[in-house]
Design a binder for this molecule. Sequence first.
Ligand code: DDQ
Ligand code: CA
Length: 276
Amino acid sequence: ASGVVVALMLAGCAGPGVPLESSSATAVETAPANAPVVQEFSLTIEASYPHDAAAFTQGLEVLPDGVLLESTGLLGESTIRLVDLVSGEVLESRPLAANEFGEGLTVVGDRVVQLTWQNGVAHTWSLPDLEPGPQYTYEGEGWGLCYDEAHDVLWRSDGTEVLTAHDPETFAVTGLTLSVTQDGEPVHDLNELECAPDGIWANIWYSTEIIRIDPDSGAVTGTLDASALLADAESAGPLERGAVLNGIARDPISGRWYLTGKLWPKLYEVTITPVG
Ligand code: DDQ
Ligand code: CA
């Protein structure tokens, strides 16, 4: 709806991108090509599963055969782990060093790349055994990570509105960055990420809002209110202050979506549908 309003406002002035001959009835109804259309989504909880309420979830992805890959944070408690989706049982877990704070992770082929928050180190692990591989260093903070196969880059969030592209093999910065904006305003605190065929999905720190980002422009193309999950997660008892929504994963085979939070007792399978 906001695109129509913008189009009507623009129609009144002969600004750049509005050719004079476009002042016809048809042009009035046509939104400018660069006006982002933000689709509102809503979610339905399809199932909920037990989740380790001691896991400070920082990264989440779906592997084949009902196994989740999860990264946990906090100093002295950071891990990379394989988790059975249905039972929530931790199948395999490897600790990070005591001074490392685990963050987002993603799968590239047969290995995992896992960020740390302020350590400047990215770990790699083999799949499915989680044997440690080469480590990489990078500048700045590590929050979320996802592998964008179409652009063949890893996108890293760092708590600001910027996503930084890294080479999926060497982890070197490619020089490409995305500045994420909604209605021209920066959207910061981008945290856990999930690269999907329709864009980059990000949950926003300390909020229950999830957004979808256009990987070519950085424009927000969708919003999802996930507050129903926090309400459910809290229904069994109050959560700690840091226990915020974090962890978005899409099963690349089934297309199903899974969401959880830091220190949440449950993990949810949800369907995401456009509103209106
Ligand atoms: N980050 O993951 C958003 C990048 C940083 C989280 C920092 C949380 C601080 C510790 C909170 C302790 C709550 C039990
Ligand atoms: Ca993810």
